[in-house]
Ligand binder design. Structure first.
Ligand code: 6PG
Length: 234
């Protein structure tokens, strides 16, 4: 896994945005398929993106999907889609027809099937699997990624693109991208920031299959880590 380490969280978020923009600049005729994670870390990136990179981003060449979603309505403060809309998508010229949210208000099992079908029918397929250009992942301090928590490792090898998972801390259901879809992606990029993530970053770098995030970091073919010194140097 290639690591990019920066002094502050803002520098790390800026560097990731510029990394994504450089990818799109290098292939100016290509449409890019992105899957974004939720949680608080990407919020910093979304705010910076909206304020500092709005005019230089080829929004019309982006297709935006989600890695995971909480089973709540889009209006809920917990919604990953709602958060990205509030911080970024409503502030830039992103064509709404190119944004594909998971419907957190739908019945979880139905939504996991619906979204799996949607991704399979709209994301370019190679060798029978949809191939995202970039799957952007976070990591929880407990080692989870996507919404695959420790103890739910079977989701890392599920052949269903999205499955229902449960947050063990509040028992709330989520829709989660599974390992097969992650590993089919051209590139996985982790954005992990802050001292409370130092242990999970250490595991991702050194410990192997100690949890979902470390498993993905060690098994994905093309995976990069954008992190800050607080998380990298423990
Ligand atoms: C979610 C995310 C989740 C996130 C990690 C890190 O829906 O919560 O997709 O997997 O990446 O929990 O979250 P923080 O950035 O809030 O620490």
């Amino acid at each position: 896994m290639k690591s990019y380490i920066y002094q502050t969280s803002m520098e790390t978020a800026r560097a990731l945005i510029e990394h994504l923009l450089a990818m799109m600049d290098n292939e100016q005729d290509k449409t890019f398929y992105f899957a974004f994670s939720g949680g608080s870390t990407p919020s910093l990136m979304f705010e910076i993106w909206a304020h500092e990179y709005k005019e230089v981003t080829p929004w019309e060449r982006m297709r935006i999907y989600w890695v995971d979603e909480r089973c709540v309505p889009a209006e809920s403060y917990e919604s990953n889609y709602g958060t990205m809309c509030r911080l970024l998508l409503t502030k830039v010229e992103m064509p709404v027809e190119y944004v594909y949210p998971i419907n957190g208000a739908n019945r979880p099992k139905e939504e996991a099937k619906r979204y799996s079908s949607l991704v399979c029918s709209t994301v370019p397929v190679e060798e029978e699997f949809p191939v995202f250009d970039v799957v952007l992942l976070g990591a929880g301090s407990d080692g989870h990624t996507s919404s695959i928590f420790p103890g739910q490792e079977y989701l890392l090898t599920s052949f269903h693109p999205y499955e229902v998972s449960v947050n063990p801390y509040n028992k709330r259901k989520r829709i989660a991208m599974t390992g097969c879809l992650m590993f089919a992606a051209r590139k996985i990029i982790f954005l992990v920031i802050g001292r409370d993530k130092a242990n999970v970053v250490y595991d991702m770098l050194h410990s192997g299959d100690t949890g979902p995030a470390a498993y993905v970091a060690h098994h994905a073919e093309c995976v990069e880590l954008f992190t800050d010194e607080q998380a990298y140097f423990r």
